[in-house]
Design a protein around this ligand. Structure first.
Ligand SMILES: Cc1cc2nc3c(=O)[nH]c(=O)nc-3n(C[C@H](O)[C@H](O)[C@H](O)COP(=O)(O)O)c2cc1C
Length: 341
């Protein structure tokens, strides 16, 4: 099965993609993002080496949700043979749902780059090309790459690297406009996205600093990219997918989620995971703080949230957060309505 990137979104609008995020993109969160309108979701990065040892925990990262009909699997590693063999295994396992095998060439984490994986591949473009060629020879789905602007501070190798990936057979590519040295700091350079787009003839997805729906539109207008990918802007914020789709289609922005909707989404995510994953409540801590961003009183409730052990504790703390938030909102409204304001 081959999915052209442009077929993933309704005609006339570019696809809006959930970025791979290690430790964040569990299967239920991805399912929620699909429900909210993500056109394509990525698994978190999956170690090709661990897959080659049939590691059960690693294999579970490839679980997909029933509504997740378009999923990209991202592999990391540096051994072309291993990566190609495991890519073929992934393709067999996921079947028609698999949109692409993506190769991680952007991870800046020390433990990853010291082995020559992730963004270290920017420094070994021959190996990167070999990985793409060998995976291409073993799978029939598109093979894609995700990389950064450069490795060292100030370095910009993106256009040359993109051409080499295209020569090796990459079907499309995602570019994040930061160097490895920057990690996630500073602003993403969108200019480089436009330059890569003009340098290659395969589709290019732009990534970096899409925090609101309008940013997706601004990125496409500024760079001409064929798709947009959102990472941190989607943490606890699956509402960004309908926002981005509306902005890209030139439609009015949907209403912002209410406090109740934010709490309901956190509860739903937790209850979907309960039974699927051990220690759900501990895992959910970061997600819940993201879902509840902007809800009054949430910072003060952090300690209570972090001490929850059971789903009942979790739901009780959320009930209290909602009651307190409603109280703050009522006082705010009364203040605004007071005579003389
Ligand atoms: C918690 C976290 C985990 C990430 N894990 C991955 C990963 O597994 N694979 C990958 O290619 N990029 C990963 N990234 C990078 C993002 O996919 C994305 O390129 C980067 O955050 C820039 O996009 P943003 O500005 O929309 O966040 C991760 C980023 C974050 C914040």
């Amino acid at each position: 099965m081959s999915w052209p990137l442009s077929d993933l979104a309704p005609a006339g609008r570019v696809p809006v993609v959930l970025a791979p995020m290690a430790g964040v993109n569990d299967v239920m969160y991805r399912s929620i993002c699909v429900e909210m309108g993500a056109d394509l979701t990525f698994t978190e990065m999956v170690s090709s080496k661990a897959l080659s040892f049939a590691n059960e925990k690693t294999r579970r990262l490839l679980d997909t949700a029933p509504n997740e009909l378009h999923v990209g699997v991202q592999l990391f590693g540096h051994e072309p043979d291993t990566m190609a063999r495991e890519a073929a295994w992934v393709e067999d396992s996921l079947g028609e749902k698999l949109v692409c095998i993506d190769v991680n060439m952007g991870c800046p984490a020390r433990k990853i780059i010291k082995k020559g994986d992730g963004s270290a591949l920017l420094n070994t473009p021959d190996v990167a090309q070999q990985i793409v060629r060998q995976i291409k020879s073993q799978v029939s789905c598109p093979v894609t790459v995700k990389f950064r602007k450069g490795f060292a501070a100030g370095e910009d190798v993106a256009c040359d690297f993109a051409k080499r990936m295209e020569d090796a057979g990459a079907d499309w590519m995602t570019v994040h406009g930061r160097t490895t040295a920057q990690m996630y700091s500073g602003d993403a350079d969108w200019d480089v996205l436009g330059r890569v787009k003009r340098s290659v003839s395969v589709p290019v997805i732009g990534n970096g600093d899409i925090k609101r729906g309008e940013d997706a539109r601004a990125m496409v207008d500024a760079t001409g990219v064929d798709g947009v990918m959102i990472a941190r802007g989607a943490q606890g914020n699956p509402w960004i997918f309908p926002e981005a789709a509306a902005a890209l289609a030139g439609e009015p922005a949907p209403a912002e989620p209410t406090d109740e909707e934010r709490v309901a989404m956190a509860r739903r995510h937790a209850s979907m995971l309960d039974g699927y994953m051990g220690n759900t409540i501990v895992y959910m801590r970061k997600h819940v703080m993201w879902y509840l961003r902007g809800v009054p009183g949430v910072r003060e409730a952090r300690g209570a949230l972090n001490s929850c052990v059971t789903m009942d504790d979790f739901n009780r703390v959320l009930d209290k957060i909602l009651v307190d938030a409603a109280d703050v909102r009522a006082r705010e409204a009364a203040y605004r309505a007071a005579p003389g304001r």
